[in-house]
Design a protein around this ligand. Structure first.
Ligand SMILES: [Zn+2]
Length: 386
């Protein structure tokens, strides 16, 4: 499979060869399904926004992502490029999940996965299995809200929560390379980001305990601000879900400009803040990456979903942000097609965008190769200290 096939024949050859082969660090990704899924489940897994079944009048294959799967994944199943959705499904469903994972994952050319294990962990493969299936290394990211929920469930009292949480964070440190917050899903970014006192946290935890019926679902802005600031104290990178996500998130409240009140606090500037996926706010993220030395971002997930349009998103991501502040991610979850496609579409996009600038004489080819390598892996290796 030549991931650059069909692109401009005037593509600078050294750049093209470098982009084809450079190993990636996928700094925000999840495991693969370990059990077979039905076609309905597959189609739901290629729709990021809706939790509903796909309506009978359409197939989710009729989308940029569906077309990209038929273009790039069908040949790996022995089918022609652009094989139709039914043929694709017939070939795919004939293989067990383990075989699909070993077919697609290595072809992404990822050298290291940084895995968020905090979502549907029982349904997807472990970091160890991801490494086995791909031949790549792996590291883990800890979800702050998940940890807070388990600490709250075991805390002796509301007063014990703050110190219990700090202790749980300290215990987790040796096994992780960073944290993730899904504040965007739970309360939005338009909250008071000042550091709450332990007394304020105790009050909030008491309210939370009183409201909770069965499961403790953390959405209290005081507690979320507390756990983010507690993580800041550990000096590891903190990933923020930004932009594109399920519809149970208020997308407009995940605009990263709403994080200014947090980012301006001097103690926060000592920890790398990683803005994930960002679409449609990737230009705001680029601005923040220029405005704050500790802010980084990626356009993962969106590249898969915009398919043939991904070069335009990549071009926009290369506008304001310094090149030392951009990372690669797929944000793939469940389907190994997504782990592969993230890499394929990123390589094609970088080749198209940087190749054009080199060809026009705006950029030197050696600079283009260097910037591609920084985004592919160099920045992630530095920030996560891999
Ligand atoms: Zn994500």
């Amino acid at each position: 499979m030549d991931v650059l096939s069909g692109l401009d024949e005037q593509m600078p050859t050294r750049l093209a060869e470098a982009i084809r082969s450079m190993p990636l660090v996928d700094h925000h990704v999840h495991g693969c399904f370990t059990l077979p899924i039905a076609r309905a489940g597959f189609e739901e897994a290629i729709n990021e926004g809706s939790p509903d079944p796909i309506p009978s009048f359409m197939t989710q294959f009729d989308s940029q992502l569906g077309f990209a799967i038929r273009r790039w994944c069908a040949p790996l199943l022995g089918l022609a490029e652009h094989a139709d959705a039914d043929a694709y499904w017939a070939a795919r469903s004939a293989l067990p999940p383990a075989e699909l994972n070993r077919l697609f994952l290595p072809r992404a050319g990822v050298g290291h996965w940084i895995i968020d294990t905090g979502f549907s962990a029982s349904a997807i493969s472990t970091p160890l299995a991801m490494s086995d299936d791909s031949g790549a290394g792996s590291s883990e990211i800890l979800r702050l809200e998940l940890l807070a929920e388990s600490v709250a469930a075991g805390a002796a009292s509301a007063a014990a929560f703050a110190s219990d949480f700090r202790e749980a964070l300290a215990q987790a440190l040796p096994t992780i390379v960073g944290f993730k917050t899904i504040a965007a899903y739970r309360c939005g970014f338009d909250i008071d980001w000042s550091v709450p006192t332990d007394w304020q946290v105790e009050q909030a935890v008491a309210r939370w305990n009183a409201q909770a019926d069965t499961a403790l679902r953390l959405d209290d802005p005081v507690i979320i601000s507390f756990i983010v600031h507690a993580a800041v104290g550990c000096r590891l990178p903190i990933q923020f879900h930004v932009g594109l996500g399920d519809r149970d998130m208020d997308l407009h409240r995940s605009n990263p400009m709403l994080l200014l009140g947090l980012l301006r606090q001097p103690q926060v500037q000592g920890s790398p803040i990683m803005l994930l996926h960002c679409y449609p706010y990737h230009r705001e993220s680029g601005y923040l990456a220029q405005a704050f030395n500790n802010v980084y971002f990626d356009v993962g997930l969106s590249l898969n979903y915009v398919g043939a349009r991904s070069a335009d998103i990549v071009a926009e991501s290369l506008e304001l942000a310094p090149f030392a502040k951009q990372l690669y991610s797929s944000d793939a979850f469940g389907l190994p097609e997504l782990h592969l496609l993230g890499a394929v579409l990123w390589r094609r996009s970088m080749a198209q965008v940087l190749g054009r600038w080199v060809h026009q004489g705006d950029w030197a080819e050696s600079d283009a190769i260097r910037v591609a390598e920084l985004t592919a892996s160099g920045n992630a290796r530095r920030v996560y200290d891999l």
